[in-house]
Design a protein around this ligand. Structure first.
Ligand code: SAM
Length: 286
C-alpha cells in the first residue's frame, strides 16, 4: 500500500467509502522523508517489539513492520480495520481495535509475547489526547522504555523545556521526572492530510527511574508542582500560599531553609529542587 502520498490516501479512502474523522484526530502523514526521519529517530532493530498508537492508513506501520520484530497497533477507528488487515497480512502485525486509554498495554504485549521486557512506542499521536496517552505510557507500563512520537509543536517544546524558559511548566516536570526528553525535529503542517492548524514536532523520551525513590509521596509531588505553576506571573510564594493553603510565614521559613528565594518564579526551579521542596512540605504536613 502506498498511502503515504496524497493520491494514495484519497484513493484508499474513496475505495473504502471512508471519510477522515476529525473527532479521532486523524491527520495522515504524506511525506516519505518525515516518515523516514521518524524511523531513524526511533532507532529500532529487528529484535525490537514496537507499539504504535493510531496506525491510521498504515504509512508509518509499513516502515515499522520492515524494521522490527513485532508491531502491536492500537486503532480506535474500526472502519480502518479492513484496510489495515488487508495491507499487513504479516504474522508480526497485531492490531487491537480499541481506545488505547482503555487498555492494559503490558497485558496486551504479554498476550502476544510473554518474554518481551523492553518496548518502543512509535506514533504520530492524535493531538486531542496527546498528554493522556503519554502519561499512560509513562505511568502504567513497566515494559515501555522508549517513546518516539509526533505531537503539536507547542506541546513538544513544553515537554522538552529546560528551566528559565517560557515553555518550562508542570508538564515538563511531570514528564522529565519519568524520562529523559529530547526534541528531535520540527514538522510543518503541509505534510499532513488534512493539514492541522498548528505545526508539529517529533520528540524522544527515554524512560528512567532515577528520581522515583527520591520522592516521598508522588501524589503530593504532582499536587505541589501544579500549585507552584498555577499562575505563571505569581511568585512561588504566592502560588504555594494560594493553592496549597499553607500559611505564608511557614512557606517563607521552609523556602529559606532550602535556600530558595520565595520571590522567585516556578520556571526558575529545577526538578531536583522541586523534589526537595515537595518532600520537605510533605513531611511538615503529616
Ligand atoms: N499513523 C497515521 C499517520 O501517521 O498517518 C495516523 C495518525 S493520526 C494523527 C492519529 C490516529 O490515531 C488516527 O488513525 C486515529 O483514528 C487514531 N486514534 C485516535 N484516538 C485514538 C485512541 N484513543 N486510541 C487509539 N487510536 C486512536
Amino acid at each position: 500500500m502506498k498511502s503515504s502520498n496524497p493520491k494514495g490516501i484519497t484513493q484508499v479512502l474513496k475505495e473504502n467509502n471512508l471519510r477522515i474523522k476529525k473527532k479521532f484526530g486523524q491527520n495522515f502523514l504524506i511525506d516519505d522523508n518525515v516518515l523516514d526521519k521518524i524511523i531513524d529517530a526511533a532507532q529500532i532493530t529487528k529484535e525490537d517489539f514496537v507499539v504504535e498508537i493510531g496506525p491510521g492508513l498504515g504509512s508509518l506501520t509499513e516502515r515499522l513492520l520492515q524494521q522490527s520484530k513485532s508491531v502491536l497497533a492500537y486503532e480506535i477507528d474500526t472502519d480502518l480495520t479492513p484496510i489495515l488487515t488487508k495491507a499487513f497480512p504479516e504474522k508480526h502485525f497485531h492490531l487491537i481495535e480499541a481506545d488505547i486509554l482503555k487498555r492494559d498495554i503490558d497485558e496486551d504485549i504479554e498476550a502476544i509475547d510473554p518474554h518481551v521486557e523492553s518496548v518502543t512506542v512509535v506514533a504520530n499521536l492524535p493531538y486531542y489526547i496527546t498528554t493522556p496517552i503519554l502519561m499512560k505510557c509513562l505511568e502504567s507500563s513497566k515494559k515501555i522504555k522508549r517513546i518516539v512520537v509526533m505531537m503539536q509543536y507547542e506541546v513538544a517544546k513544553r515537554i522538552t523545556a529546560s528551566t528559565h524558559t517560557k515553555d518550562y511548566n508542570a508538564l515538563s516536570i511531570a514528564v522529565q521526572y519519568r524520562a529523559k526528553t529530547t526534541f528531535a525535529f520540527k514538522v510543518p503542517k503541509s505534510v499532513f492530510i488534512p493539514a492541522p492548524n498548528v505545526d508539529s514536532a517529533v520528540i524522544t523520551l527515554d524512560y528512567h527511574t532515577k528520581y522515583h525513590d527520591q520522592v516521598i509521596s508522588e501524589p503530593y509531588f504532582f499536587k505541589f508542582i501544579k500549585a507552584a505553576f498555577a499562575q505563571r506571573r505569581k511568585t512561588l510564594l504566592n502560588n504555594l500560599f494560594a493553592y496549597l493553603a499553607i500559611d505564608k510565614e511557614e512557606v517563607i521559613k521552609v523556602l529559606n531553609t532550602l535556600d530558595v528565594d520565595p520571590q522567585c518564579r516556578a520556571e526558575t526551579v529545577t526538578l531536583e529542587r522541586f523534589i526537595n521542596m515537595a518532600n520537605t512540605f510533605y513531611k511538615r504536613n503529616i
